[in-house]
Design a protein around this ligand. Structure first.
Ligand code: PLP
Length: 374
């Protein structure tokens, strides 16, 4: 959709598709990169990453650890790829909470594994995971569960009971849990809980991309039990040798500062943005919109028509780019994903165009579908 928007070339296009925060790059990271370049900190680092940076990352985690528990990667995405490439053998099954960030299932298939999707259930109060459905997806071939909370694309945040249920499932069946926590600083209604606090079978994926507006610096990390880290290191060395040095030095500088007040402000900003979008969409009768508690996405379901068709027409007629749910699998073709990582004024304009377009679209698609949200 983004490529199509670029080829259309309309000056007033609003992109609500890609998950890139609108804020400028974090100042500490900017100064850190400049300093690293000026002082020639531009060579390889140790394969697992700068020891001092790994210490800082280990200290910030809920489960006390050391540098031996951390690998610095080229973004969270490389951490996911590294973990799955190292751990999945042909024939292994991987339970994935769905809809899901498309990389998980693609990687699992690439390494000969089989993704088994465990769908979230939508309701007006938000999406939720039924632990029984997760249990039902586990077979003797299951190796791993993939959890992403706060969640792309629905904005779901797993509450503590759900986290405990997932951990129980992991422990009972002797599995591993890949916990992608890249949106952990975007939680609006309840505190973020990492499953890492309850089990040493958890492989945490995290990084600076979303929390510090640094998607292009390509710095992320994997945190896990030392034995798992040892299993990941050989492939990391073959793939990358080491994550980009300037980004590592800049991240170290950032993590030495007190960045929590800044993250609190970020949370407030995005809570407001979420509320603005929900308020604007609440009277759009074409949509069933479950309230998201985190990340920066809403995932409304269309009561009529087809979401791909809707997204295409919305782009051509109103110059607003959203992601059709089809990207997340055939079960999600009625949904669209709206990323609200833009200033409020832009969101207001985008929502007004969406609402306007939705009215006409609904009138043109008379065949009603049943509303699914209770
Ligand atoms: C759930 C999820 N995990 C990981 C990533 C990739 O993060 P990074 O840019 O740090 O590789 C994204 C990017 O959108 C994402 O949505």
């Amino acid at each position: 959709m983004t490529d199509q928007a670029h080829s259309l070339g309309a000056d007033d296009t609003i992109h609500l598709s890609i998950g890139v925060p609108s804020e400028p790059l974090d100042t500490q990271l900017l100064l850190g990169i400049a300093d690293a370049l000026a002082t020639a900190k531009t060579t390889y680092t140790t394969t697992a990453g700068l020891p001092e940076l790994r210490d800082r990352i280990a200290e910030t985690r809920p489960r006390p650890g050391t540098r031996e528990n951390v690998i610095v990667t080229a973004g969270a995405g490389q951490g996911i790829f590294l973990a799955l490439a190292s751990l999945i053998n042909p024939g292994d099954e991987v339970a994935i909470v769905a809809p899901s960030y498309t990389m998980y299932a693609s990687d699992v298939r690439l390494f000969g594994g089989k993704p088994v999707f465990v769908p979230l259930t939508p309701s007006q109060r938000g999406f939720f995971l039924e632990p029984n459905q997760l249990e039902a997806a586990i077979t003797p071939k299951t190796k791993l569960i993939i959890l992403n909370s706060p969640h792309n694309p629905t904005g779901w945040v797993a509450d503590i009971d759900t986290i405990r249920a997932i951990v129980r499932c992991v422990e009972t069946h002797d599995l591993l849990l890949l916990s992608d926590e890249i949106y952990k600083d975007y939680v609006f209604d309840e505190p973020f809980v990492s499953p890492e606090a309850f089990s040493n079978r958890v492989i945490v994926i995290d990084g600076i991309s979303k929390s510090f507006s640094a998607t292009g610096l390509r710095i992320g990390w994997v945190v896990a039990d030392e034995q798992i880290i040892q299993a990941l290191l050989p492939l990391h060395q073959l793939m990358l040798f080491s994550a980009p040095a300037p980004g590592q030095y800049a991240t170290l500088r950032l993590l030495k500062t007190d960045y929590q007040p800044q993250l609190r402000r970020l949370r407030q900003t995005y809570r407001r943005r979420r509320n603005v979008v929900l308020e604007q969409l609440k009277d759009v009768s074409l949509f069933d919109t479950a309230k998201p508690s985190g990340a920066f996405y809403v995932f409304p379901r269309l009561r009529q028509g087809n979401a791909l068709d809707f997204a295409n027409q919305l782009l051509h007629e109103k110059h607003v780019v959203v992601v059709p749910g089809l990207d997340y699998g055939p079960e999600w073709t009625d949904f669209i994903r709206i990323a609200y990582c833009q200033p409020e004024s832009v969101l207001l304009e985008a929502c007004s165009r969406i609402a306007d377009f939705a009215r006409g679209y609904e009138a043109a698609h008379r065949l009603p579908k049943q509303a699914v949200l209770a």
